[in-house]
Unconditional design. Structure first.
Length: 272
């Protein structure tokens, strides 16, 4: 906790509900709440009515906002009723979070990808808070700020959130997080639970480029940074950046940047 109490993470945790649960605070919470639905379903009162929360739904509540959460039996895909709801949640207070809250016009609910970046930030914050002896308590605050900036990025990238754009952004995040390894279009489509043809169409519609071309750009950008700033061999750069072999990497790199990887490294070192 900062001495000036600029930002206080009061608690952070993960909850998995298998039994009905109801939280109803008409006068609102005492602190700010960031809550991410990760599995199952529940309902939360937004703008005077109960709305369904599904995986990827992130809700933001400021102090004194009426808060009602209901975790009850929902019908599954096989038509059976079951109680199942999992979420990460953080309660916090302080001037920093108040300023962040006011910086954008924020809806109470937004869609975010269940990416390792966002999930990892929640987990790291939880881990830091659990340390009994922690000489660096500021680390949790830095992770919280990264999480908040990631939320802002998703908010700005999806000015008109729809299910179609949500799927497209999930595909984009999958590519960015897995570009260093090899994957197929089938893997991308399976990740978001749609067909390959639909995944290809939605991504092209949202970003005006193909999944394959975007993957190539991400890998080339990754390789360019490693060539310039790491001691890795060019062959290792190609392999660690997701390219199947060096010859293919050499060919597409030269086409993209107008010079070979070796020449690019020489030029980068001369300019440093």
């Amino acid at each position: 906790m900062n001495e000036n109490q600029n930002l206080q993470i009061l608690t952070a945790g993960y909850s998995m509900h298998r039994k009905p649960y109801i939280a109803n605070q008409p006068d609102g919470l005492d602190n700010h709440l960031i809550r991410l639905q990760t599995t199952g379903k529940c309902r939360i009162r937004l703008n005077g009515r109960l709305e369904l929360l599904e995986p990827g739904d992130l809700v933001l509540f400021s102090p004194n906002e009426p808060y009602e959460l209901r975790i009850e039996a929902e019908f599954t895909q096989v038509g059976e009723a079951a109680v199942s709801s999992g979420d990460y949640h953080i309660f916090l207070q302080g001037k920093w979070i108040e300023d962040w809250w006011k910086f954008h016009q924020r809806p109470n609910k937004i869609k975010v990808p269940l990416s390792e970046g966002i999930i990892g930030a929640f987990r790291q914050i939880m881990t830091e808070l659990r340390r009994i002896s922690n000489p660096c308590p500021e680390i949790a605050e830095y992770y919280l700020k990264i999480l908040c900036m990631d939320i802002d990025r998703n908010l700005l990238q999806q000015p008109l959130p729809t299910y179609r754009t949500y799927l497209a952004h999930r595909i984009k995040n999958y590519i960015e997080e897995n570009a260093s390894s090899t994957f197929k279009l089938e893997d991308v489509a399976s990740h978001v639970g749609i067909s390959v043809s639909r995944a290809v169409h939605l991504f092209k519609e949202a970003f005006a480029t193909s999944i394959i071309q975007y993957t190539l750009e991400v890998r080339l950008n990754m390789a360019r940074e490693r060539i310039a700033f790491s001691p890795l061999s060019l062959e290792h750069v190609a392999e660690s950046s997701g390219f199947p072999n060096y010859n293919y990497f050499h060919r597409v790199f030269r086409k993209r940047y107008g010079m070979s990887p070796k020449q690019f490294r020489l030029d980068a070192h001369q300019n440093q």
